[in-house]
Each structure stands twice: as C-alpha cells, then as structure tokens.
Design a protein around this ligand. Structure first.
Ligand code: DX5
Ligand code: ZN
Length: 218
C-alpha cells in the first residue's frame, strides 16, 4: 500500500502570490502540489496555464507537480504542461479523443500519467486503461470549483478501483479530489485511496502543520 500523500490544490491559494502559496506547501515538507487547469469549456471556470507552472519552477519551487487537466482537448496541451515542469499529468476520460495514445504520450514526455473520472462516470469507463496509468483520480465533486461538498457515494467506486488494482497486481496511486478534509480522507483511505487533494480545507486550516500531520498519519 502506498504511503498517504497530501496534495494541496493551488486553486485555493492566493492567485496574486501563487509562488508564496506554493512555498508554504514546500515549507511543511510536503511532496506534492496539485495544479488545476480549467478551460471554461470542459468545466465552467478558468484558472491558469502552463506559464504559471514555468514561473513557479523559475521561482525555485521543487514540489512534485500533480497537474489536473480539466480540458475538452487535453491531448493538444500535454506537451506544453510537460515542458512547463509537470511531474504527473492527469486527463479526463469524459471528452472524446484517443485516451490511450495520450497517456502513452504523457509517459513518453517523461511524466507520470493519470486518468480522471467525474462523479457521474462509472468506473468501468476507465477499466481498460488501468495498465497505462500511474494514477487514477476519482473526483469527489463535480469539477470546476473549490469549496464544494464531498460526495460520500464515491466510496464504492474507490473500493472497486482498489479491488482491480489488487487483482491485477497494478501499482497506480488512487487519488481523491473535491471537498476533502481529514475525516472523509480517512474513509477514502479505508476504501483504498492513498493520495488526497485538498484546496479549501488546507489553505483555510488555522494550523497547517497539524493539518498535514493528520494526513501523514492516515
Ligand atoms: C475542482 C478541482 C479541485 C479543487 C478542490 O474542480 O479539481 O482540485 O481545487 O478544492 P476543494 O478541496 O476546496 O474542494
Ligand atoms: Zn483537481
């Protein structure tokens, strides 16, 4: 079983000082930073693009960049995000494009590859791709905005994907994203999740060190 990783989402950081927000994550000795990329089409919101990642690297941020592409045409952008310093690039299953070829391409670009599914997408949609991924991201809210309520009905989906991982002797990480806090993260952990995105609950925590320690103990 993978050790638990907390991946704070920069979407909930200070957008006028994103490097400072990333630095706060680094100072807690956390490993990952989650970067939410939105195109105003696949999701009804906009965030930031590859130039922001490049600028964070230029400022000396060395965190593992966990890049979550919420784009209708992610295959057109994977190269830019790889060059901008991503360590892992996750793409959604819902839009129509060649998912397998794009996952293969992400790996060829030197990044880890992830597949993401929305709350209303059944896990069977990604089943045939599991051998091509380093991470499966189960959305626990409808993507597009931070600060939404966690969907407890995603727990059986985590359990099924976790079961496939064991049965097929695969080793991808299983990540959850949306409305995550320490309490529901424990439920996700019990269901097989090992990687936890937290935006609002992380950046609003009064004691971030204690908050990070609680995740490390999951
Ligand atoms: C939602 C994004 C999430 C978001 C999570 O579209 O994919 O990563 O930042 O934020 P919280 O933790 O506030 O739900
Ligand atoms: Zn995300």
């Amino acid at each position: 079983m993978h050790h638990p990783i907390l991946a704070p989402s920069l979407l909930a950081g200070d957008h006028a000082h994103l490097a400072s927000s990333a630095r706060e994550v680094e100072e807690l000795q956390l490993e990952w930073l989650h970067l939410d990329i939105m195109d105003g089409h696949f999701v009804p919101n906009l965030s930031f693009g590859p130039e922001t990642l490049t600028a964070l690297r230029r400022r000396g941020i060395t965190l593992f960049f966990d890049t979550h592409l919420m784009l209708s045409e992610p295959h057109r952008y994977v190269e830019q995000f790889a060059k901008a310093g991503s360590n892992l690039i996750s793409i959604h299953i819902e839009p129509t494009y060649d998912h397998e070829a794009t996952l293969v391409r992400i790996r060829a670009l030197g990044c880890q590859a992830g597949i993401v599914l929305n709350p209303d997408t059944p896990e069977t949609a990604i089943e045939s791709l599991l051998a091509h991924v380093d991470l499966v991201l189960v959305m626990t809210v409808q993507p597009g905005f931070g600060g939404q309520a966690f969907r407890t009905d995603m727990i059986p989906k985590l359990e099924q994907i976790s079961r496939w991982r064991t049965e097929r002797k695969l080793s991808f990480r299983l990540e959850v994203d949306g409305g995550i806090d320490v309490a529901n993260a424990a439920d996700c952990r019990a269901a097989g999740a090992d990687t936890f995105v937290a935006g609002t609950s992380f950046f609003k925590a009064s004691d971030r060190r204690a908050y990070a320690n609680a995740f490390a103990a999951l």
